[in-house]
Design a protein around this ligand. Structure first.
Ligand code: NDP
Length: 327
């Protein structure tokens, strides 16, 4: 069988990454083989490609926690060659050969058929980050997000943050975008943010309870920022927490929870059950304006990925990065 191209993490010590020809025999097991058209670059991929985090669990392995493409061969009655599919999560790009590869072999139950109204490229413009942003919005809606109050998004200029801002604004919420990059204010306003908040305000010292302001929040940062968000959430409001770009420790008091009934909702996209997964993709096709999606996306070849992986860990990547496996 002919070879194809992939970005491969060869070994952990020394941490060695190469773009090289791969044979289908090297792919992980699964009942569907996919010709990958696009993958996307997420924070976790940054950790995997640089070795800054222990993301890759076996070597050699292609990172890439999501992909979209066309079924090449299938032993599953659910999929036929030629079907367009996408995948996020399930340990792909961690324990299982990932999407930064022109081919992937996966379990059919991990795949989602291409949602109506989206192209393969658009699904990866959304990617794991956008899917997670939608799961955050759905978690807030499940807990009655208050339209009368502002909704906060932290890490707003990043991948999850950008999509969360665009969805919430499209749904009619008044969105406050917290960022450490004031130079991205115009970008965030173009996605629909009504106000920009300096990240340092949230990360600085806070009283156990501050003035009630936000009806809800999507937090992609964690650490000191999340600790600063909780005392500012209004009575019975919720925080959908999905990220840790700003740290894994959370120092707070119980007051937001026991005196204001604030809900801290953990959002996890990797093992998300299929019905909610499919619903989230339907919602993304419906609630995310495509012009905003184009505006927040850069498309790059596989060769650009190692340098961008470093930049994403430094919080220097704006919006979403789509990797074109055929460029
Ligand atoms: P990005 O790097 O695109 O965005 C993260 C943003 O956080 C940055 O753009 C920056 O925003 C802010 N930031 C970065 N570093 C720091 C820092 N040291 N202190 C404070 N803020 C910082 O990553 P993604 O959007 O892809 O992912 C965001 C987070 O969500 C990551 O932790 C990721 O692992 C997590 N995640 C979790 C998922 C889940 O299933 N729970 C799924 C997908 C992602 P700004 O400059 O605007 O302040």
């Amino acid at each position: 069988m002919s070879t194809f191209k992939a970005l491969v993490v060869e070994s952990s010590e020394p941490y060695t990454v190469r773009i090289r020809p791969v044979s289908p025999d090297e792919l992980s097991p699964g009942d569907v083989r996919v010709q990958v058209a696009y993958s996307s670059l997420n924070y976790k991929d940054g950790l995997a490609i640089t070795g800054a985090g222990k993301v890759i669990r076996s070597f050699p392995l292609a990172p890439g926690i999501d992909f979209a493409g066309t079924v090449l061969e299938s032993a599953s009655p659910e999929y036929q060659p030629g079907d367009k599919v996408l995948l996020t999560g399930w340990g792909v790009g961690e324990r299982h050969w990932g999407g930064l590869s022109q081919q992937a072999r996966v379990k059919s139950e991990w795949l989602v058929p291409l949602p109506k109204g989206l192209s393969l490229q658009q699904t990866m413009s959304i990617g794991t980050a956008g899917f997670t942003a939608m799961l955050c919005v759905m978690a807030l809606e499940d807990h009655h997000l208050d339209r009368a109050r502002e909704t906060l998004v932290t890490g707003a200029a990043g991948g999850v943050g950008s999509v969360a801002v665009a969805i919430l604004a499209q749904l009619g919420y008044k969105v406050v975008a917290a960022t450490g990059r004031s130079q991205e204010s115009a970008y965030l306003k173009s996605l629909g943010a009504s106000e920009i908040l300096d990240r340092a305000v949230l990360a600085g010292p806070a009283k156990p309870l501050e003035t009630e302001r936000f009806g809800g929040a999507v937090d992609t940062v964690g650490g000191a920022v999340l600790a600063g968000v909780l005392p500012r959430v209004a009575y019975n409001g919720s925080v959908a927490a999905c990220g840790n770009a700003g740290g894994i420790k959370l120092e707070t008091t119980v007051f937001p929870f026991i005196l204001r009934g604030v809900n801290l909702l953990g959002v996890e996209s990797v093992m998300c059950p299929k019905p909610r997964r499919v619903r989230a993709w339907e919602r993304l096709a419906q609630d995310l304006p495509l012009e905003h999606l184009n505006h927040m996306t850069q498309i790059v070849p596989l060769e650009s990925v190692p340098a961008l992986a470093q930049k994403i860990l430094e919080g220097q990547v704006r919006g979403r990065v789509v990797v074109d496996l055929n460029a």
